[in-house]
Design a binder for this molecule. Structure first.
Ligand code: NAP
Length: 320
């Protein structure tokens, strides 16, 4: 049977759950499709479910574990009446209102949900190297966020993988904490902008390993090193680092919105700054699915609040 709502939220990270808290408190009875865990990295609760300690989310002076923080967000959203379904949206039709959404593998029949407005908060995935034990070592030495985890590597030797702006930025930032940062790049020239390259190349704490690829993680309970292979000479060496920051890009989770919402060349949903309005009136986007710059839980959360207020005002003016 098709479920009807005024607000349907797709995605359950900090952005979606904040949008749920706000729209629920505004008595809009939001329905949230929180997603389902999958082997390809889908994760209800978003990227914080894959992290350990979060020390920079305001309000937690002693820090909090990522999953515990998301569980609190979820409880708060439920407390005000958010109807949360542990299913994954697999098809949308935003061509007319009410908007249609399908879940599950069979999308041939009637939509499972129709809604007057939709808040898209499906997030983004950090691209990973795809090596053995990578997922289990996240938060135990392997990281995708220098801003989040750099502080844990004071006076330690660490490495960054990648040759783009993110890798240069993360490496430069990490020199505030680490005693040495090695940038491991698979080619002999960088993709990063000249200014970011120069900053990294001129930083005395940064060394470069060119034409090099990480081929395995070393250490049991936590990272103790990475084996790096030179793809020109085929020689391997173990780099004794306690931290490895993977900075090889992100991919927004926007496959189901292709052809429905305007996206930029990298697939991020385009919003009409400073609002959460997308190219379709009544569909709003928040969090990492539309933000490739800040990517923090607190900024995602703030943008979820923006989307909730935008949806509430839009519904008031156009539907109710
Ligand atoms: P990016 O520009 O796509 O660079 C990704 C880097 O990772 C490339 O050097 C690539 O190598 C390498 N890479 C990709 N897959 C790999 C793999 N499997 N193994 C090893 N290395 C791999 O991504 P980004 O640096 O995240 O930047 C994304 C966008 O955000 C860019 O437009 C960038 O300018 C922008 N950005 C801007 C700033 C800033 O201005 N402050 C900061 C961060 C990001 P190859 O070079 O060999 O392809």
């Amino acid at each position: 049977m098709t479920k009807k709502s005024d607000v349907l939220i797709i995605g359950s990270g900090p952005a979606g759950l904040t949008a749920a808290i706000y729209t629920a408190r505004a008595s809009l009875d939001p329905v949230m499709l929180e997603g389902e865990p999958s082997s390809t990295g889908d994760q209800p609760g978003g990227q914080l479910m894959l992290t350990t300690e979060v020390e920079n989310f305001p309000g937690f002076p002693s820090g909090i574990m990522g999953p515990e923080l998301m569980s609190s967000f979820r409880k708060q959203a439920e407390r005000f009446g958010t109807d949360i379904e542990t299913v994954k949206a697999t098809k949308v039709d935003f061509s007319e209102r009410p908007f249609k959404v399908w879940v599950g593998s069979d999308t041939s029949g009637a939509p499972t949900h129709i809604s007057e407005s939709v808040i898209v908060s499906t997030g983004a995935k950090a691209l990973m190297l795809g090596l053995d034990r990578e997922t289990e070592l996240i938060g135990k030495g392997v990281s995708t966020c220098a801003t989040c985890d750099g502080f844990f590597f004071k006076d330690q030797e660490i490495a960054v993988v990648g040759g783009g702006d993110s890798a240069m930025e993360e490496a430069s930032f990490l020199t505030k904490f680490a005693s040495k940062v090695t940038i491991i790049h698979r080619r002999d020239s960088l993709r990063a902008s000249k200014i970011m390259q120069d900053r990294a190349l001129n930083n005395p704490k940064i060394e470069f390993l060119w034409n090099s690829e990480v081929v395995s993680y070393e250490g049991d309970a936590a990272l103790e090193g990475v084996t790096v292979r030179n793809n020109q000479t085929d020689e391997s060496q173990v780099l004794p680092v306690t931290g490895l920051f993977v900075a090889i890009g992100h991919k927004p989770n926007t496959t189901i919105f292709e052809g429905q919402l305007d996206t930029d060349e990298e697939g991020y949903i385009v919003t009409k700054s400073p609002s959460s309005y997308t190219s379709v009136e009544g569909v709003f986007a928040c969090g990492d699915v539309q933000d490739k710059t800040y990517r923090q839980a607190i900024t995602a959360s703030g943008s979820g609040c923006v989307a909730a207020i935008d949806a509430e005002r839009w519904l008031e003016a156009n539907v109710h």
